[in-house]
Design a protein around this ligand. Structure first.
Ligand code: K7E
Ligand code: CUA
Length: 657
């Protein structure tokens, strides 16, 4: 489209979207059916049916909600610091947020995906991407903690991630912004995009037992913007489908310049073949990369950070059977694969129809070389008609994402027309539509990206929520809306606010996770180098200007709670061991004036707070977590004396030693 045409088009979109707004029911009361409250009510003492792990978008965190109640259970810090949990503040967690750029306290988390076994969530881990400083994270579903973060080299904006193959052989991380490959050659004019900018798709393997990540290889592609991806399953297992916008390879004003072509592409990648080539040694070692690999150790209660400097790259241009381009109307966003793996749904953000591609037809068309031509120096472009199962006609405006149920239906979110539309994957017939309040981005069906979706519930994640919640100043809570999809028609049951901006989410049946959720850390297995084995060992030690306080907590005192002999210029480390061996018995620790957060120490765990006192005097410290009737008494004092003072080092609780 020419810019002028584009503006007209946008005006038409706006007009239609206004008219959709106009016929929308006015309030929640008129939108839900009579017994909706009953169907989402989980009475005290009973449990929800699903855990849902929901991305926090620009909060950099992940939140855990129950379905159908919509109750928030936990916020898991992943890429952003969290002073509540000392994530990024305690000495033990700081290495988790290290990158090749140093310590990065924030990121933008868009997508969450379960670990899969045979195409079904296996309840071991969930994976998450960071969009800004490209990283992948693995969250352990026994501790509900981030266990590992790996940085992705040669990448700018890790949006197309962490989409996962059928058995979590690989978690995919593909670049949103093509950039020149890392290294000194990357200092190039920005208008040399077409020649010098490249895309990279990383295949990050996941160890079956430990979950540990390894960037096995990367595929180098022409400069394109990779947006989203669906891994093949069943008959299409071994393939990967990635939406590419900016087929124009624009480097400026993408709003217009990357919206010119009538069709962009979904790139179909034969990852099994790529793996074969990698194993046959056909890749090239790139040694000018630097990327962080950070791991949490449950025994030392500490993270380690290392920088890696090597990655193996296969250039798709050197192989003629790795990548194929499927023409896909107007700036595709979601590329979603049906439960059987037969169909790939492309959602063009500016399209007014949904193309559904057939994996079988794609295979035939590749065999018969039904190519429309080649692009970007040799990647075959398939003939649209040859690979198309069919188009969903007049589904709505601005399709973004599609999920599936186990009955052959698809559910697509429409950002512009603010609705969720149900359609049949075989017949492509629209079966139902329900308005959302308002602009829906992702949607999630329970198990909706698996081989055998659990169905029953659909959650729409909405971005602009005017009129739904009590006003809270200029910014309103983003919202999730729960629909019952067990019948022919979708029924709205509930609105609930979310943390940050929700993008994708994953629902996992509660029964799969609840019994293996960790209750305490075994104090005898605690291998922290600064653990304190009981109150008798609590003490302070000085090494030059470094002072280590070996402190314990148990209801309702801290040991030691009287500390003297600290001097200005000292660096004080409080290594706090929680001696409790009882579920839900954390203690907290905070000291006046610390340029730091609290600590929240789990039963059996050791955690460290760094404190550099800035003045002489008496500094109270206390437990921050209301742990017993005498929680308020759980406190103590540190005395800080001038540099060079000879106040003796003293530490005790109760009787002075
Ligand atoms: Cu559609 Cu970043 Cu998955 Cu959000 S993306 S909506
Ligand atoms: Cu320990 Cu409050």
């Amino acid at each position: 489209m020419k810019p002028k045409q584009y503006l007209l088009w946008m005006a038409a979109v706006a007009a239609v979207s206004l008219s959709f707004n106009a016929c929308r029911p006015k309030g929640a009361g008129s939108a839900v059916s009579g017994n909706a409250a009953q169907r989402t009510y989980v009475p005290p003492g009973q449990y929800d049916e699903f855990y849902t792990f929901t991305s926090g978008g620009f909060s950099g965190q992940m939140s855990v909600y129950g379905l159908p109640s919509g109750r928030l259970f936990r916020v898991i810090p992943v890429f952003s610091v969290d002073p509540e949990k000392a994530w990024g503040f305690s000495e033990e967690t700081k290495p988790m947020l290290m990158t090749s750029h140093g310590f990065v306290p924030w990121d933008d988390l868009h997508h969450i995906e379960s670990s899969f076994t045979d195409g079904m969530p296996d309840g071991k881990w969930v994976f998450a991407n960071s969009n800004n400083t490209p990283r992948l994270a693995r969250i352990d579903l026994t501790t509900f903690r981030t266990a590992e973060i790996i940085e992705i080299p040669n990448t700018g904006g890790n949006h197309c991630s962490p989409f996962t193959t059928e058995n979590s052989e690989y978690v995919i991380a593909a670049t949103r912004f093509s950039v020149p490959p890392d290294g000194p050659e990357s200092d190039v004019p920005i208008d040399s995009y077409k020649e010098n900018f490249k895309g990279h798709i990383s295949f990050v393997s996941v160890d079956k037992e430990t979950g540990e990540f390894d960037i096995t290889f990367q595929l180098k592609t022409p400069g394109l913007n990779f947006d989203l991806s669906g891994a093949g399953k069943g008959i299409s297992g071994g393939w990967l489908f990635i939406s590419c916008y900016n087929s124009e390879q624009a480097h400026t004003l993408q709003e217009v310049n990357a919206s010119q072509n009538d069709k962009d592409f979904i790139m179909a990648i034969n990852w099994k073949k790529a793996e074969e080539y990698f194993k046959a040694g056909r890749g090239t070692k790139q040694t000018n990369v630097r990327y962080a690999h950070n791991k949490w150790d449950e025994h030392t209660h500490s993270a380690t950070h290392e920088i890696k400097t090597e990655v193996t790259v296969l250039d798709v241009a050197e192989f003629d059977d790795l990548a194929y381009l499927l023409p896909c109307p107007k700036s595709p966003h979601g590329a979603d694969v049906s439960p059987t793996g037969e169909y790939i749904v492309g959602s063009g953000k500016l399209a007014a129809l949904i193309p559904v591609f057939s994996f079988e037809k794609l295979q035939q068309a590749i065999a018969n070389k039904e190519f429309e031509g080649e692009r970007y120096g040799g990647i075959p472009v398939m003939k649209y008609e040859s690979v198309l199962h069919g188009e969903v006609q007049k589904p709505g405006l601005g399709p973004l994402h599609t999920e599936f149920d186990a009955k052959g239906n698809a559910y697509t979110s429409f950002f512009v027309s603010s609705e969720v539309v149900k359609w049949n994957v075989e017949s492509l017939e629209v079966l139902d539509r329900q308005p959302t309040y308002y602009s829906v981005g992702h949607l999630m069906v329970a198990g909706g990206n698996s081989k055998n979706p659990y169905g029953k519930y659909l959650v729409a994640y909405n971005k602009i929520t005017k009129d739904r919640f009590l006003p809270t100043g200029p910014e309103l809570a983003h919202s999730a809306q729960l629909f019952d999809i067990s019948g022919d028609k979708m029924e709205l049951l509930l609105d609930f606010p979310t943390i940050g901006e929700p993008h994708y989410a994953q629902a996992i049946p509660a029964e799969m996770l609840m019994d293996k959720s960790l209750k305490i850390y075994d104090i005898n297995a605690n291998a922290h180098p600064h653990k304190t084995n009981g109150e008798a060992e609590a003490r302070i030690e000085r090494e030059g200007n470094i002072v280590r306080v070996y402190m314990t907590t148990i209801r309702s005192h801290l040991t030691p709670d009287v500390i003297e002999g600290i001097r200005l210029g000292d660096e004080v480390y409080f290594h706090v061991t929680n001696l409790e061996q009882d579920w839900d018995m954390p203690h907290g620790f905070a000291i006046k004036g610390a340029n730091n957060s609290e600590l929240l120490i789990m039963p059996g765990e050791t955690t460290t707070l760094k404190w550099v006192p800035d003045r002489v005097g008496i500094f109270p410290f206390y437990c921050t977590d209301f742990c017993s009737a005498l929680h308020q008494e759980m406190s103590g004092y540190v005395r800080v004396s001038p540099k060079g003072s000879n106040v003796p080092m003293t530490a005790y609780t109760g009787t002075k030693k």
